[in-house]
Design a protein around this ligand. Sequence first.
Ligand code: SF4
Length: 293
Amino acid sequence: MDFTLPVIDASESRPRRPEWLRVKLPYGGQYARVREIIDRHRLHTVCESARCPNIGECWGAGTATFMILGNICTRSCGFCAVITGRPTELDLEEPYRVAEAVRLMGLKHAVVTSVNRDELRDGGASVFAMTIREIRRLNPDTTVEVLIPDFKGNWEALQLVLDERPDILNHNTETVPRLYPTVRPQARYERSLELLRRAKEAGLVTKSGIMVGLGETFEEVLEVMDDLRAVGCDILTIGQYLQPTRLHLPVVEYVHPDVFARYREEGLRRGFRHVESGPLVRSSYHAERHVAR
Ligand code: SF4
């Protein structure tokens, strides 16, 4: 018996990506070397797990953002492509392997993020601390940026990370507070601000980022900027949300590059010392430039 499946033209129901979101293919430069180092050290990267559009550019330039604590996340944010589930492992040798990969890649600035591990008592904060120590031990001249989760507001856990004094402490607010119930249902806007406030109070350089195109207004983005400046945030990233699969939140709007330029102006006017704003900007995009400033 012969069954013929109906052909569905996916392009009809999706708005076409505008020209300014075209990206390089993931090939060339040092891409293969990064691939080999990541695989050989059994590491995960947010570049792959979150399907970042910049992977061709970043890996081709020999850099990547490490994702520690496994690749299964205990949360289910509406925007994120990382797999949700119940993590099964806690790999305490991972910090050493990350540090070794940083060494082999010759990174001047290493960026480390993680999945959420809400089932762990400290949310994985002690593994972040170990990873910072190991990177510095093997790479004394490398600066370290950590993009951390909110540890469910466990400030003792946060302190474990702050005590290691990373060169940049990054925590994303991700979107405007009105959209938290759909975009970050298990997170709290005020909690994220409090985390950044505590990091600033500890004397660290702080950084945060949001995605636009999820239905927020221009004014709401400016209000987030004001809130971030009120807790002393130094560096801001703003990029276009891209729907990773059909199961994730749809793109409401492709924000024009001119609007990103206005966001940058508004951010600088509010006193951020660096604002990276553009359609393809991600938290770790050109991260080495932020520390240089
Ligand atoms: S922008 Fe960040 S997450 Fe994306 S490919 Fe570059 S380093 Fe990886």
